[in-house]
Each structure stands twice: as C-alpha cells, then as structure tokens.
Write a protein that binds this ligand. Structure first.
Ligand SMILES: Cc1cc2nc3c(=O)[nH]c(=O)nc-3n(C[C@H](O)[C@H](O)[C@H](O)COP(=O)(O)OP(=O)(O)OC[C@H]3O[C@@H](n4cnc5c(N)ncnc54)[C@H](O)[C@@H]3O)c2cc1C
Length: 477
C-alpha cells in the first residue's frame, strides 16, 4: 500500500508518522522548506521562535500519549499568563470577574453587571432574528456590555467581518462552555485555592513547538519514508473519482493508493477536474483570513511577563503580541534581548497585506511604543512573515457551503482531507494531530472514523488525560 501525504504540518506529519509505525510506505510532499506548517519553529537573531504563540493543550489521551512519545522528557511546564490590553489597562484572560470589575472601575462594572443581569432575565432577540451568530452567542453568556468591551473589537480585527456575520461555531469551539456565570463560580472556587481552570499550565517543547514535528519527520525518514520539502502539489490525479496519485507543481506525477491531503480544501477540491458549477460556487464562497507577523528584536530582557497579550484597543491595528522571552529559557539561550511577534490580520486585497516590510516594521514599533510596554528599550531589528490562508473564516452560512464540498468529495474514497485549511476547520494543533492519527487508522485498520466531525464534536472522548510535569495523568482535564 502506497500513501502520499500532502503537507508536513501537524496533521500531515502525524499521519505519516503513524503510517510509518504501521509499516506503510509513505511519501510526504511539503510546499515549503520546513516541516511543522503553522506550528513550525524558526531561528531568528540567534534565538528560536514560533509562528505567534503556540500553546499545546489537549485533554485527549490519544493526542497526549503521542505527543509525549515524541517529545520524551524534553519539555517544561509553563505557567500561563495571558492578558487583554484595553484602555491602557491589563485584564486577565481567561476573564476573572474580580480583576475585570476592579480594572473597569465602579461605573463600567455596574453597567456590565446590569447588562448581564438584563440578558439573563429577559434575553434580547437579535434584530434579524438570527440566533446562530457569534454576537448572539456571546451577548447571551456575558451580556452586551462585556461583549462590546472584550469580544467585539478583537473578533472584528481577527475576522474582518462584523460579529453578527460570524457564525456562532467560532465561539462554541473556542470559548466552549465559559460564561460570566461560570467565571464567577470559578472565582469563588479560586478563593478556596482549588479550581484549576484559572491556574493554567501547559507543556512546551524545549526547542520550540516545531520540535515535535521535526522529530516526527526524522522518524519517518529513519523508517524508510520520504519527506520532500519545497515540493508543492498541484492536484490529486483521479479517473472517475478513483485516486491515482498526485501531480506536483513541476509537472511530475507520483502514484499512490491513498492520498491524505492537508493542502487548502478549496484548492484540493477545485483542482480535481470536472467540478460541477454548484460545487465550484460553494468552493468560491469559502474564504480564509491572512496573517502578517512582524517580529521585533527589542534590547531588553524583561518587557512584560505574559506569554502573549490580546490587544483589544480599537486605535491599534495589532491584534496579539507574543513575547518569546516568557516561554522557555532554551529558546533564547545566552541572548539578553527579547523577541516580540505582533499579529496583524488582513484579506488578500487589503492595503495592509500589500504594505512594504519596512512600513510594517515601523507600524509595529510605533504601535508597541504607544502601549508603553517597550519603555525606553530600543528596537534593533525587524522581520516580516506573511501567512496566507491562516484562518478559515466561519462566516454565517459557511457550514452549508462546506457541506456541499464534503458531499462532493465523499465518493473519492481514497482521498482523505484533514487539517486546518485542509478540512476547513479552525483547528488547534491537538485537533490536527488527532485528525492525523485517525486518518492513519482509517487507512491501516480500515476504520470508519468520521474525520469531518473532529473539532465540531470534539467533546466525545473515550478517555481524558493531561500532561503534567511528571508525564501523563489519566482522567485529568
Ligand atoms: C498565529 C497562530 C497561533 C496559533 N496558536 C496556537 C496555539 O496556541 N495552540 C495550538 O494548538 N495551535 C495554535 N495555532 C494553530 C496551529 O498552528 C494549527 O492548528 C496547526 O498548525 C494546523 O496543522 P495542519 O497540519 O492542519 O495545517 P498547517 O499547519 O497549515 O500545515 C499545512 C501544511 O501543508 C503545506 N501545504 C499547503 N499546500 C500545499 C501543497 N499544495 N503542496 C504541499 N504542501 C502544501 C503547508 O506548507 C503546511 O506546511 C496557531 C496558529 C497560528 C497561525
């Protein structure tokens, strides 16, 4: 059995790793010059950094077992500190009611609580009656005032559309069951010093997030598999929906029995040949949001203590700032300066996306200075990375369009689309790793795992476990 995997991000390389373990002949074709995809680590100014913040967390025993199998002892537990920067103040995130109310001041705090109470007593129906929006979901759980303060600006920066145009799936997947009521309950439990959601720790690989995927690729190579870098795949070859293999951008054709694809779903489906008009229309209506990452080298070892900050201030374009000084000392070694990564989001046609590197670095420095977080420290270098198709946009109605594409792909039996843009799912690493594991199971053991349901119905675990300082703890999470 010959399997081709398109893309060496977490989903693709996990699948290849699992297939190699089972003795299957695997060839991975990766478009870029590195493995790890969005979760790769890069060397910059004599330090190691990730593509923005990459906290690994899963409560799925399967994912955690695999992660530990690869990482071994080479990780450390990081005490999470992440806050929201808003009106020159810092609010704990996840939101802690006491901290938020003190920071807001008595008037704003009273307004927020009243607005929450009003929502609980008599929920406001949305103007157009649509209850499947991000806005409705959040207002319902936090009240309108807190929605406006802590969710609206950031979400609109990220997605580039109004919160009333954004599907509630985004909130349901990311904010989960959290609500102001839950937060208040947690605050009381924290008073007893017991509740662990607010004492958040995560496991971080000593050589950066990408270390996990580099090790997986190394294992694949050692077991006789192939990992080809700088080899973009153009299309999946098929005759009447029977998979034959792939065609690379350079025209080379490679045969396979199965193709596991993590390339953008829209490109995969659109290039299968003979796509019906209705399917093409659905494909065209699915869109992605791009990210611009501006890295700044700042001449100071201690700027602020957070691993990352959410920037809710509406007068700043930046959405999130990562401080790599606060992850693991092994990332910076003997260097005495800090690397920050500022995230900007844009659509392909936006002026910001086309802005010169020089202007983007100047913008990032200017915005960082305006927060006061740089103090007197000098910015000594800057570097820009542009990442297209970073976020699948959960615009209202996307599910119906996605379903059209999924239905179209269904008869292509030996074609398995997985991953973040690969399956058009707003995946974290754990979701993509799980997709990789389950895709390999489907091939090797002829299982019928429903890969489309991961990260839609991700609560359905058989066994839970979390990684701690001493390894895996079953039943945690
Ligand atoms: C700024 C940022 C912060 C994040 N923070 C976190 C976090 O804190 N925690 C967390 O768990 N996750 C985080 N994530 C998400 C995480 O990076 C992704 O979930 C994960 O990388 C998805 O893996 P994937 O393999 O599905 O896709 P990707 O990582 O996108 O990998 C896909 C791979 O396919 C390759 N490819 C694409 N097209 C082709 C082609 N035609 N031919 C060959 N190869 C191709 C790409 O080059 C890429 O290497 C973050 C992501 C971003 C952008």
């Amino acid at each position: 059995m010959k399997v081709i995997v398109i893309g060496a991000g977490p989903a693709g390389i996990t699948c290849a790793y699992e297939l190699c373990k089972a003795g299957v002949e695997v060839k991975v074709f990766e478009a870029s010059g590195a493995v790890g995809g969005l979760a790769r680590s890069i060397s910059l100014w004599n330090q190691t950094v990730d593509i923005g913040p990459h906290r690994f967390f899963s409560s799925d025993a399967r994912v955690n077992r695999l992660w530990l199998e690869v990482v071994g002892q080479d990780y450390r537990m990081v005490d999470r500190l992440t806050r929201i920067y808003y009106r020159k103040r810092f609010f704990s995130y996840p939101l802690q009611p006491v901290n938020a109310l003190i920071n807001m001041g008595p008037v704003e705090a009273a307004r927020s609580l009243l607005s929450y109470a009003r929502e609980k007593i008599s929920p406001q129906a949305p103007r157009d009656g649509a209850t499947d929006t991000f806005e409705f979901w959040v207002v319902n759980r936090f009240g309108r005032r807190l929605f406006e303060l802590f969710f609206k600006t950031y979400s609109e920066k990220l997605w580039g559309i109004g919160c009333d145009e954004l599907d509630a799936d985004f909130a349901a997947q990311r904010i989960k069951k959290f609500s102001l009521g839950e937060a208040i309950k947690s605050a009381f439990k924290l008073g007893n010093g017991k509740h662990k959601t607010l004492v958040d720790q995560f496991a971080y690989p000593l050589q950066g997030t990408g270390m996990v995927y580099e090790r997986m690729a190394e294992y694949v190579r050692q077991r006789g598999g192939q990992v080809h870098l700088n080899c973009p795949v153009r299309r999946v070859r098929n005759t009447e929906r029977k998979i034959e293999g792939i065609e690379l951008e350079n025209g080379d054709a490679i045969d396979a029995d199965f193709v596991v694809s993590t390339m953008p779903l829209t490109l995969l489906a659109g290039r299968l040949g003979g796509v019906p008009e209705s399917v093409q229309a659905a494909i065209d209506s699915l869109s992605y949001r791009n990210t611009i990452l501006v890295y700044l080298l700042v001449d100071s070892p201690s700027l602020f203590p957070d691993q990352w900050l959410y920037i809710h201030a509406a007068d700043l374009q930046v959405g999130r700032v990562t401080n790599f000084r606060n992850w693991a000392p092994s990332l910076y070694g003997n260097e005495s300066n800090s690397i920050l990564a500022l995230e900007y989001w844009a659509n392909a046609g936006d002026p910001l996306w086309k802005e010169t590197e020089e202007n983007l670095i100047a913008l990032a420095e200017r915005e960082m200075r305006s927060t006061g977080l740089l103090g007197q420290a000098a910015v000594t270098a800057g570097q820009v990375y542009r990442i297209p198709r970073c976020y699948p946009v959960y615009k209202r109605g996307y599910k119906e369009k996605l379903q059209v594409v999924v239905d179209y792909l269904h008869p292509f039996e030996r074609l398995i689309p997985i991953g973040r843009y690969g399956a058009f799912k707003y995946n974290n690493q754990d979701h993509s790793i799980l997709m990789g594991i389950l895709a390999a199971e489907n091939i090797v053991e002829n299982r019928q795992n429903d890969l489309w349901s991961i990260n839609t119905d991700y609560e359905a675990y058989q066994e839970t476990a979390v990684i701690t300082e001493t390894g895996l703890v079953i039943g945690g999470g």
